[in-house]
Design a protein around this ligand. Structure first.
Ligand SMILES: Nc1ncnc2c1ncn2[C@@H]1O[C@H](COP(=O)(O)OP(=O)(O)OP(=O)(O)O)[C@@H](O)[C@H]1O
Length: 322
């Protein structure tokens, strides 16, 4: 089952190909769409929402064709835009009630759903104050609330952590996770930060220059890239214990990376632990450390421009906007 499917989807502007024959399936759950600035994330979202036509190819959400069934899609899908789009003079409650009414909820249901949703995103007394006085984090929560208020089956969140400090990011990522676990709503969330989506998502889709670089479940990705960090002592017989161990593991057919005193051993299964232990014992070295290290996706897979830490330039731009 897929919640989003694209087939040969392209978007060409006169000077730029923003999406280049993208074919990808997104399963239910939380999916991270990762790419550097300009990779084509927002373009994909706009095509999916029917806000911008594709140059070629096809796309569907929840089994509905985005080119012809836009109205139905909008009743089932929520959208949190990247940039600030909130009216400063009204309160969160007024704004979210309005958005709920626009989605077709009757007045009483709109008010009830608004109260529930604002509580869920953690806006309390402030919800009666004008949005213009809110912090960036509070504005992001209002944007998330309006995407959820009509109880959609799927939400598209465009850079929801932009402009937030580390604590704010963690809270937002926790909220996003709960959107799925508490309400069963599927989520497509974009970010240029691989690390944060790795923690939050069941599936990761990586695009670069409008092209699909990789799509897989997060657990597949991290399992296949796990390694053991191993550190050993030297001995009289082996004054460079690390080097001796590296040679012994090579002979045993175990792939080893890393430089300096820490060896990174490819973790292929439980037998890798045994092979390392046996090699260390045979050499008569002391084992200082043997611990599993999951590669961060960013270490394994690093297209130009995708980072594992907040991009100050982007952060600045976004806080200004918000
Ligand atoms: N209306 C437009 N006209 C011309 N080029 C555009 C237009 N919209 C987007 N682009 C270009 O298409 C490419 C993809 O842009 P897009 O906004 O989808 O990237 P993104 O991955 O969402 O990045 P960001 O996080 O910076 O928004 C970029 O090179 C951008 O300059």
């Amino acid at each position: 089952m897929t919640v989003i499917a694209t087939e040969g989807l392209s978007k060409r502007y006169p000077k730029v190909t923003a999406l280049d024959r993208l074919t990808v399936d997104v399963a239910p759950g939380v999916t991270g769409l990762v790419g550097a600035n300009g990779a084509g994330k927002s373009t994909l979202i706009k095509i999916l929402l029917g806000l911008s036509p594709a140059t070629e190819g096809r796309a569907s959400m929840l089994g509905l064709d985005v080119a012809t069934e836009g109205a139905e899609i909008r009743s089932l899908v929520g959208y949190m835009p990247e940039h600030d789009c909130l009216p400063p003079d009204v309160s969160a409650t007024e704004f979210v009630v309005h958005m709920a009414r626009m989605s077709g909820l009757p007045p009483t249901a709109a008010r009830e759903r608004t109260a529930d949703t604002l509580r869920h995103v953690g806006l309390h007394e402030e919800r009666y104050r004008p949005i213009g006085g809110y912090s960036t984090g509070m504005k992001q929560r209002v944007k998330l609330a309006q995407a959820l208020v009509h109880d959609p089956k799927l939400v598209l969140l465009d850079e929801p952590t932009n402009g937030l400090d580390p604590a704010g990011r963690d809270e937002m990522l926790g909220l996003i996770r709960r959107v799925h676990t508490d309400f069963g709503i599927s989520v497509l969330v974009t970010s240029h930060l691989l690390g944060e989506l790795e923690r939050t998502s069941d599936q990761i889709v990586i695009i670069d220059g409008g092209r699909l670089l990789r799509s897989s479940s997060t657990s597949d990705f991290t399992q296949t890239t796990a390694s053991l960090a191993v550190e050993v002592t030297d001995s009289d017989r082996h004054p460079d214990g690390t080097r001796a161990l590296r040679a012994a593991l090579d002979l045993a057919g175990v792939k080893v990376d890393g430089s300096g005193h820490v060896l990174l051993v490819d973790l292929e299964g439980d037998e890798t632990y045994d092979k390392v232990r046996d090699a260390v014992a045979e050499l008569g070295l002391g084992l200082v450390r043997m611990e599993q290290r999951r590669h961060k996706i960013a270490e394994v897979f690093q297209p130009a421009g995708i980072t594992d830490s907040p991009n100050p330039q982007n952060e600045g731009a976004s806080s200004d906007a918000a």
